[in-house]
Design a protein around this ligand. Sequence first.
Ligand code: NDP
Ligand code: BG6
Length: 498
Amino acid sequence: MATSQVVIFGASGDLTGRKLIPSLLRNFAEGALRDDIQVIGVSRSEKSDKQWRDELDAWIPASLKDAWVTFRAHLTWCQANSANPEHMEHLEHHLDSLARDRGARPEEVGRLFYLALAPSLFDPTVQALDVRRMLECTPGSKVGWRRVVVEKPFGVDLESARALNQALLRYLREEQIFRIDHYLGKETVQNILSLRFQNAIFEPLWSRKHVESVEISVCETVAMEGRRGEYYDKAGATRDMLQNHVLQVLSLVAMEPPSSMRADAIRNEKVKVLDALRAFTEHDIMEHVVRAQYTSSATRDRGYLDEYGVNPKSETETYIAVRALIDNWRWSGVPFMLRTGKALSKRYTEVVLNFRTPPLDLLNGPQPGDVCPLRPNRLRLLIQPQEGVRLSFLVKQPGAGMIMRYSELGFDYSDLETGETPDAYQRLLLDALEGNATLFIRGDEVEAAWRFVDAIRHGWNHSSAPVHTYPAGSMGPRIANELYQGCEGTWGTGPEDA
Ligand code: NDP
Ligand code: BG6
């Protein structure tokens, strides 16, 4: 990789300290970033290079302190309002002179502009860079490239996402835009692709013929953490998690095999799945979607409505469960049970494929006895915090009679002894620097996901769908169990589930 500059707009913020710098540092410590990497922090605050580096000290994990001593010298600060083209001139001089210091010609240095900014600044920042012609580069060139990483949320609905796509495309080509969803950087999420497409045994079973239902649960114990109320009250679980992380996982689970591992081949298939998601009408919303808010409980004295920054009369959902349907040849009629929520009793993310039970219950016969009733075989992909795969099936319990019990074959990432799983941002930053967009979201994907989510929100606005409640520290409202009616299985209970 030729000399690269990572320009972080919003570098005095939380994301930069918590994720971006530690991830760049880890890549550097592991030798994935070359010694000529330059990181430039930008925000309106005035500070010296040393001040910025010192502020970042607090975010550096103990295991990386040694590498930090060297890496911090690669960081410089540039005070600028990213929406002001005149300030961009100052930034350009800063970047050019850093390049020359390294003996490189500025036009040959690759530049990654990372928008770690409030979404309202995405368009003005790109526009300001364009005024200075700082985004121009030769298509496909390995040197002098210009790329922009756009953080989430990408719009608040289909209309705003479309407008943002159009705005960005005025100044950039699609291949220069890297829309980030950090779930795609998680090793275990990427493993969905390798499990499905590098193994011959799963794919023949991976369809309506054998799968009864699919569950995707993203359960969180965290709530508003005292600081997120204001943002969250405008977003809710649907915009904050379902539209992006949950639907991205769904698209990897449900997509057709791509013709290659090229970014567009994969993204073409993902977008087809998102397009095939049935958009609910206000008439079927009650049957397919449950929304709820956490209340105070024995484990937590603040309910959602008591949180700082939250409107005390808010109807924003902190939990959503959906029985989604994908209207295509492979998945027609198979419910995709999606669930995500805050302040739940357990933190875990997993995907479960519930397979169809055998056509005959031979052991129980026509008169059910006391042997174990049929249960679906399940393939569970444990995404986090436990990372692995489980396949469960019924086996005969040793001894007299034919008593059945559930058993599991399992794989844990920790058994590979490859050390700590890299943070999602570590992988994504490297891919963006290398120009690999496979794990980033294309414009049409974002829009397809919003189309599905907008229909849910429209349904809520035009129906009497209630906002249920659940005690903080529970697994959500009981009524969500009704979404499973008519199909085998129930919501899983987490990694220790058997
Ligand atoms: P913060 O509010 O912590 O930081 C944003 C920074 O932007 C501020 O430090 C501010 O610094 C700077 N800023 C504001 N206006 C300008 C401007 N005109 N020009 C240059 N800099 C400016 O936000 P976060 O770091 O939390 O989030 C940044 C983005 O990342 C958001 O889009 C968010 O949704 C997304 N994100 C964040 C996550 C997180 O964990 N924090 C997770 C997922 C996404 P100053 O006042 O000095 O200008
Ligand atoms: C963020 C959401 O995108 O993802 C947060 O804004 C959520 O609300 C977080 O907590 C979850 O990410 P992870 O990696 O901790 O599962």
